[in-house]
Design a protein around this ligand. Structure first.
Ligand SMILES: [Zn+2]
Length: 85
C-alpha cells in the first residue's frame, strides 16, 4: 500500500467500515508510515469530538453562557448602529 492509496481510506478505516483484508493492509502501512498514522490519529480525534457534540445534551451552563454571549453581542451591535445613525 502507498500513502496515496491509504489516505482516502483513513476515514473508513477509523469507522471500521473496511473489510478485514483491506484494513490489515492499511494497518501494516500505519505501523510503517508515521505520516499516515498521524492522520489516522487526527481523524479519530475529530470523530470523537464530533460524536461528543452530536450525542451530548447541552447542560444548563451552556445556555447560561450562550445567552450571555448573545446578549453582549446584541447590545454591542445596537451601540454600533446608534453610532452610525
Ligand atoms: Zn503513508
Amino acid at each position: 500500500m502507498t500513502c496515496r492509496k491509504v489516505v482516502p481510506l483513513i476515514d473508513d478505516f477509523a469507522d471500521g467500515a473496511l473489510d478485514e483484508s483491506l484494513s490489515e493492509k492499511i494497518q501494516k502501512h500505519f505501523s510503517a508510515c508515521s505520516k499516515c498514522e498521524c492522520q489516522l490519529d487526527e481523524t479519530r480525534r475529530l470523530k470523537t469530538l464530533l460524536g461528543r457534540l452530536v450525542n451530548s445534551e447541552p447542560g444548563s451552563q451552556y445556555f447560561h453562557v450562550a445567552t450571555e454571549l448573545i446578549l453582549t453581542r446584541v447590545s454591542a451591535e445596537s451601540q454600533i448602529q446608534k453610532r452610525v445613525h
